[in-house]
Every structure is written in C-alpha cells, then in structure tokens.
Design a protein around this ligand. Sequence first.
Ligand code: PEP
Ligand code: MG
Length: 362
Amino acid sequence: PQGLEGPLAKILQWADEIRKLGVRTNADTPRDATVARNFGAEGIGLCRTEHMFFEEERIPVVRQMIVAKTKEQREIALEKLLPMQQEDFVGLFKAMEGYPVTIRLLDPPLHEFLPKEDEDIKALAEEMGLSYEELKATVEELHEFNPMMGHRGCRLSITYPEIAVMQTKAIIGAAIQVLKEEGKTVIPEIMIPLVGHINELKYLKKIITETADKMIEEAGVDLQYKVGTMIEIPRAALTADEIATEAEFFSFGTNDLTQMTFGFSRDDYGKFVKEYIEKGILEVDPFQKLDRTGVGQLVKMGTEKGRSTRPNLKVGICGEHGGEPSSIEFCHITGLDYVSCSPYRVPVARLAAAQAAIKHGK
Ligand code: PEP
Ligand code: MG
C-alpha cells in the first residue's frame, strides 16, 4: 500500500501541525494497519479480534470451543487458537511501529460462529464428528431473541474467563516477542467491551493483569501495558467516575452507545430512519453523525466524570463517528485525546481535526 504524496501530503502535514486530536485507526489485520500507517494513523484505536476467528483454519477450532461441554475441553480449543492469535498481534504491533495498539477482547455473541440453517448444522455436525441432535441443541441453547443486548462483550469473558486468559496471553505474548526480536517499543492496550458496571471491569481486569504480569515477569522484559474499557452502554457513561478508578483508558463505542441511547436497533433502524428524516423528526441519521444533544452528552459526561477520578485519563472514540467530520469536531470540543476510524478515513480525520482546532482554538 502506498502512502500519500504531493499536495495532499503537504496539506495533511500542515493539518498535523494544527490539530490537537490524535488520529488512530480501526484495523483488524496487519494489512489494514499498514494502509492506515501510510495514511498517517498514529496507532490502532480498535482491533476487533473476532474477525480473525472466522478464517478458514480457525473457525473449526472456534466451533470446537463453543460446543465444548467442559472448561477443560474449551481450554484445549483455546490453546490451539493461541498461537494463531499471537501471530496476528505480532503483525499489528510491527505495522504500528511503536504506536499504541488497542486490542479488544471478543465481543460478538457466540452463536454468530455457528450455522443457523438445519442443512448447515447437519453438515457441520458431520464435519465435527458430532450428532446432528447434539449440535442442534447447542445452537438452540445459544439462541437469543435480542442478541445485541444478550450474551456478548465482557459478559462472554465473565462466563468463560478462559477466553480472556487466552486473548491476554496472545496479546502479551506477541508484545514480548516483538520487543525481544526487534527491540522496538510496543504499547499494548487491552480493551474490555460492553462494560456497564464497575464490577465487570474489576473481575476481568484482575484476570488480565494476573495473566499478563506473570508472563512479563517470566520473560524478564520491561513492558508497559494498559487495561481500559469501551464506553458504549449508557450506564457506563453515567458511572464513568467509578469506572475510571479501574479503567486506564476509555474508548467511546458510539455505534452501540447510539443504539442503546436511542433504543434503535443498529441492524434494523434503516426501516424507519429515512422516513424520520423526511418528516423532520430527525435531522440526520444518528449512526452516521454523532447526535450531539443526546449521545454526545453522554460522551461529554463520561469524559468529564472519568477525568474527575483519573485526571490524565486517555479518552478516544472508535465508533463509526470517529471518521465523520462533524462528529470529529464534537470530539475536539469535548476534549477527547483521539479519534479512531477505518484506514481510508484517516486522511479525512486528520483534516477534520485540524479544521476543528482552527474553528474552536486549542
Ligand atoms: C461501537 O459499538 O461503537 C464499536 C466500536 O464496536 P462495534 O461496532 O464492534 O460494536
Ligand atoms: Mg460495540
């Protein structure tokens, strides 16, 4: 992937001198990360680890983990996934050349990894050496009427702490590897999704830090890492002062935060939002442009409350809004530290951040 050249590169350089907001990228693969670096991204603000699980050689192992009846069986599958995850993270750390890399623990409900149709369940059962009835029962067990508000995010790792342990091992293992092999700075940031209560964060942070600290001590390296949280449930924004006692950074997941603040389903809102706009009920699509008066107020409140207990709390945004100029302007006004957006939006974000700084001052 090529970087930027010519007048655009020059303009963006000027933009960088002016902007106050950092610009990171949402990237799940070393390739995306490299594209974003060439566009000027200063780190990864969100790596969605689940995407790596869908790869051809991994999905069978992920499924073994899901259908496991005991913790021991689950751990055997996770042990197989560990080197593959670690390899992914090595690639991300290398691509990011010493900039921070925020890696989020597994987020989607587990049924997303299993087929739904009978025919596909039959085929998979055969492939896995299970009876159709057995696999069908697992699929039914995992079924949820409202999966976006169901068993996902940190709730998964609280039910199955071994998932958090495996992912922590992969992240810290990769960081140690890159540090040892290349002697380069590595800044891993482990991010917990869908936190709504301080105790969720406490529970998982303990597991993560115990796992990570032991590895770092055994490797005898000087590695600093952070454990932080997404703020994407209104309750997390409302109790951000408490949450910041544990979280070392915040990243606003404004996709879910918009969904849960409006009560609009991220997957179904298209059916009525167009009409809302035509009828003047809404001015804009709130999933595209940050709703300043509602969702934005939660971002503001979350940031202020978080910094009231941890004054130097680093705060970013990694929902789709992080790449949209008017939302970036709001992030600047609100005093966020950085925005994170898809690789191809990085240049626009750099420009929008500079425009916001010119318009509103530093
Ligand atoms: C979000 O909710 O804004 C977010 C970044 O996470 P995801 O889109 O993966 O739920
Ligand atoms: Mg989310």
